[in-house]
Design a protein around this ligand. Structure first.
Ligand code: ADP
Ligand code: MG
Length: 647
């Protein structure tokens, strides 16, 4: 609210009259101003009494329109506030001192304004503190000024103050300023300063340059501040500081990487944690305890079973969390890709889906084993890539792997029998080939062999199932052999026992025979019941085909030989003809000579010219005739052969 003193000073002064009496714009004498009378008498005004000796007596009158103007009131109010705050800034005293100096607490407005000011100042200090915390040591700071309540002209960050701070900063980085003043060294490497020659190796210059470069390192490297002194850093110190800063950054990154890698290695990314948390939350699991094993494909936890669909779960459960690292997928794809159960369900680019399928595969395979009463974990639940099954072991300890136990010879042979029985059952009753069966995936618990890790198990119709089976057989035989179990069959014999397929060949050719067999599996799949019969049939087929192929090759070779002979004959015949021609010419010449001689006394009748030709022909063709006849024979034979073939 405006006081009477300021009201007497309107912003738009009325035009003065020639007589010096203030008038309004209409030329009439203004209302209510002290100028109405020169008497030093107290004048009453609507805003209070104006004392006669107050300086306002000299104020000019104000028009009624101006007095009623809201703009004027606002303007006056702002001016009043400004004056008040200015007074506070000029004499920075606390509330108490202001009050005591004025000794007047009657002005409620003043009190309220002071209290407000005090409150605003405290709020601004709080904002300032938060700003400091937020920015920390960062070189780039964010200003919270716009959140402050006090107008900047009296607040702590007034322009003047900022200017001061800037100056201060300039002082801190004084080496920078000085560096700017250093002479610029041209490419020649030196510059003349009066009588002095300054080179680029000048200690002061290079030191300042290093200091400036160091202070300009990217955020995140704690350089401290220049501390208001002419900082110099020698090359050696500068390089060392940079190296240490880089090492620091790298170390921080490594730690970060390690943390991330650890979570992927433990397969417990946030999503998996949430999955397990939900299982506990839904009381499916009472609790999840420590890690039992961190295998190549999965992490296995021990968990306390809860209740699932009103069915109490085993007290000890194993939670298998499949790893989600991409590198493993390539090897897994091979087992899933050709399994008809998973056909059309995977796309190459959907890695999470592939893992889920893998887990699902293990779940279903375990169920088959359980149905066939093969000792294996009881699958309980599958949730994405988390498989819950019964726990094989006691006291939160997984049963030892066959690899780890020391068995008596009786137990060893028992174990072998159990494994073979399990393999046979798996093949015939479950229609499965484990595909990774070894002493690592068989647990020894309560005198029994428990088959685990069935993620990669495939159906016998899988294009490589028999190859996998033979590999399993090899692993098993090798293991028991290493343990000294006598009278073991060869892997191929075990293969035959498990699959019922007899391969008529030596052990060494087993992989080739299996491969050949697998390539002909389509026929086998097309419905002949007896595998061995089918195999025999296929085997004969293969042999027959091979024989035919061989026969064909022989015949072709013969023909090739014949063709060669023909060419030779033709060549010889050509040569023969030439030879005969030459001989004939010679004979003619000779006869010509003879007749000439006869003309000189011998009887020319005894040697007719044609005979001479014939003789020579017969004599020279003694051989040529034979060749010709042979070649004709061959040609006619070949023609016959060809006609036979075409028939
Ligand atoms: P990976 O594919 O990683 O080899 P496995 O299924 O073989 O995974 O499990 C790894 C290890 O976890 C096993 O060697 C075994 O010690 C333990 N384990 C797996 N399943 C069970 C289970 N049902 N009960 C007890 N221990 C288990
Ligand atoms: Mg395993």
């Amino acid at each position: 609210m405006a006081s009477s003193a300021e009201v007497a000073q309107p912003t738009t002064d009325p035009l003065p009259t020639p007589s010096g009496v203030p008038q309004n714009s209409a030329g009439t004498v203004a209302w209510g101003g002290a100028g109405m009378s020169q008497d030093p008498v107290a004048v009453s005004s609507p805003w209070g009494n104006v004392s006669a000796d107050s300086p306002q007596v000299m104020t000019s009158p104000t028009s009624f329109r101006d007095l009623m103007s809201e703009d004027l009131a606002k303007d006056l109010d702002e001016k009043e506030n400004e004056a008040f705050y200015q007074s506070l800034v000029e004499q920075p005293a606390d509330l108490g001192s202001i009050l005591s100096s004025q000794n007047d607490t009657s002005d409620d407005l003043l009190l309220a304004q002071m209290l407000q000011y005090e409150f605003d100042r405290e709020y601004d200090q709080l904002v300032q503190r938060q700003e400091k915390i937020y920015n920390g040591n960062s070189k780039v700071s964010v200003s919270f000024n716009k959140f402050k309540l006090c107008p900047t002209w009296y607040g702590p960050d007034s322009d003047d103050e900022l200017k001061d701070i800037d100056d201060e900063h300039r002082a801190i980085d004084s080496f920078e300023e000085r560096e700017r003043m250093d002479p610029v060294i041209p490419s020649c490497g030196y510059v003349k300063q009066g009588s002095k020659l300054v080179t680029k190796h000048d200690l002061d210059i290079s030191g300042r340059k290093n200091a400036e470069r160091f202070m300009n390192l990217p955020p995140g490297i704690n350089t401290g501040d220049g501390g208001g002194f002419d900082m110099h850093l020698s090359n050696k110190v500068y390089n060392k500081l940079c190296r240490s800063a880089m090492t620091d950054i790298r170390r921080k990154q490594r730690v970060h990487d390690k943390v991330e890698k650890a979570t992927t290695e433990m397969a417990l990314d946030p999503k998996t944690r949430l999955l397990i948390f939900k299982l506990v939350n839904n009381a499916v699991l009472d609790s999840v305890n420590g890690i039992v094993s961190s295998g190549k494909e999965a992490v296995v936890f021990h968990a306390q079973g809860g209740v699932l669909e009103d069915r109490p779960l085993p007290e000890d459960c194993a939670v298998k969390v499949f790893k989600t690292t991409l590198t493993d997928f390539k090897t897994r794809e091979r087992y899933i890709k050709d399994d008809y159960r998973f056909k059309d369900r995977i796309s190459k680019n959907n890695a999470p889906k592939l893992i889920q399928l893998w887990a699902e595969k293990e779940y279903h395979n375990l169920r088959r084993l359980r149905r066939a009463e093969i000792p294996a974990p009881d699958p309980i639940l599958i949730k994405q890539h988390v498989l819950v099954m019964s726990f094989i072991g006691a006291d939160h300890q997984a049963a030892p792997k066959l690899k780890e136990v020391r068995l008596s010879s009786a137990d060893l042979s028992l174990a072998y029998e159990q494994v073979v029985e399990a393999m046979v059952k798996m093949f015939h009753a479950c229609h499965l080939v484990h595909a990774d069966l070894s002493e690592y995936n068989i647990l020894w618990y309560e005198g029994k062999c428990w088959i685990i890790d069935l993620g990669q198990a495939v159906e016998p119709t899988h294009p490589h199932a028999l190859h996998f089976l033979h590999r399993d057989c090899t692993n098993i035989i090798k293991f028991f052999e290493s343990k000294g179990l006598p009278k073991l069959p060869s892997p191929l014999q075990l293969f035959e026992k498990v699959s019922g397929i007899s391969l008529p060949g030596p052990e060494e050719s087993a992989p080739r025979m299996i491969e050949e067999y697998e390539t002909h599996q389509e026929l086998w799949r097309e419905g002949v019941n007896s595998l061995s019969d089918q195999f025999e049939f296929l085997w004969q087929e293969i042999q027959l085909e091979e024989k035919q192929r061989k026969g064909m090759r022989l015949r072709e070779e013969e023909e090739e030989e014949d063709d060669g002979e023909e060419e030779l004959v033709e060549m010889m015949m050509k040569q023969d003809d030439k030879h005969r021609e030459e001989e004939a010419h010679k004979e003619l010449d000779r006869l010509g000579d003879l007749s000439a001689a006869e003309n000189h006394g011998k009887d020319a009748k005894n040697s007719p010219p044609s005979q001479g030709l014939n003789i020579s022909g017969a004599a020279s063709s003694g051989q040529g005739g034979k060749v010709l006849s042979r070649s004709c024979e061959k040609q006619s034979k070949k023609r016959k052969n060809k006609s036979k073939k075409s028939k």
